[in-house]
Design a protein around this ligand. Structure first.
Ligand code: FES
Length: 279
């Protein structure tokens, strides 16, 4: 009741307001999630502009896949035969690194940034409107985020298809990584890439938009006539993943970065990849 009174005062513009009456460490979660995501953004931005060492033997970094063009003169770049459209285009401006990652990162980024869970944590961590439950917002009175400025977030249901496409591509990359010089084999890098696909699938197939889709886009199952609606069974399966969406989101994101890092280290000759090819 005390908190309810406080919030009423806060939003009515009462001068005696304080940030919150909570005594626990409510700031810890927004701090950790904000710092963790910032670290990921810094790493992937660096890796994207680096444009080198994203290929090792038969391993392709997920940050560079699908590989549309390739500049074979770059250190640690794959052979041209692996690029969908061949050599790096001549019209590319000189002042931008010839990095295949620049061409494709908008796809997965658009999916992550519009994800319902990501929105929750980055609104809290970066915009503080509010930072946590029962904590005063920095800007609340005229907040129109979801009805004006942030309407593009509704595109999430469409970016879902992009994310599924990337999972197909990364699965293909993992299969391709099992062949080196025409020989079938497996290495630690193959396993790292396979785990990456599994974790990304766990995150993507637990998406709220996907759950709504497979449930037959129904808003009320109990309103459906007859037996249990066919989509309800699939909906319940997706719900298992959806209830764990937050850990899937974090672990899959960290593993994408680690997969790139692992391949980069092997490509630079800093780490040894144990594999059945003996190289
Ligand atoms: S809600 Fe998170 S991926 Fe769709």
């Amino acid at each position: 009741m005390a908190q309810a009174t406080y919030l009423t005062q806060s939003f009515s513009g009462d001068k005696k307001t304080t940030l919150t009456m909570r005594t626990d460490r409510w700031w810890l979660e927004p701090f950790l999630t904000g710092a963790g995501f910032l670290a990921f953004v810094i790493y992937t931005t660096w890796a994207m502009f680096q444009a080198e060492y994203y290929w090792a033997g038969s391993y392709l970094s997920p940050l560079y896949s699908p590989l549309l063009f390739v500049d074979p003169s770059a250190s640690g770049a794959p052979p041209v035969a692996h690029a969908w459209f061949g050599y790096w285009p001549k019209w590319w401006p000189n002042f931008i690194p010839s990095s295949p990652a620049i061409l494709i990162l908008a796809g997965p980024l658009s999916f992550r940034l519009t994800c319902y869970y990501y929105r929750k944590f980055y609104y809290r961590a970066y915009f503080a409107t509010p930072s946590a439950c029962a904590v005063s917002a920095l800007a609340q009175k005229d907040y129109k985020g979801e009805t004006h400025l942030l309407l593009f977030q509704n595109l999430h249901r469409y970016t879902l298809y992009i994310a599924i496409f990337y999972i197909v591509i990364l699965t293909y990359d993992t299969l391709v990584s099992c062949f080196r010089d025409g020989r079938l084999g497996v290495g630690v890098g193959t396993l790292v890439m396979a785990v990456n696909v599994i974790l990304l699938s766990g995150y993507t197939f637990g998406c709220h938009a996907l759950r709504h889709l497979v449930g037959g886009r129904m808003d009320c199952f109990s309103c459906a006539s007859g037996q249990e609606h066919w989509g309800h069974k699939t909906w319940k399966k997706v719900t298992w993943l959806n209830e764990r969406h937050m850990p899937w989101a974090w672990v899959s994101m960290i593993w994408v970065g680690f997969t790139d890092f692992y391949i980069r280290m092997v490509s630079m000759g800093i780490w040894q990849d144990f594999n059945t090819w003996g190289n």
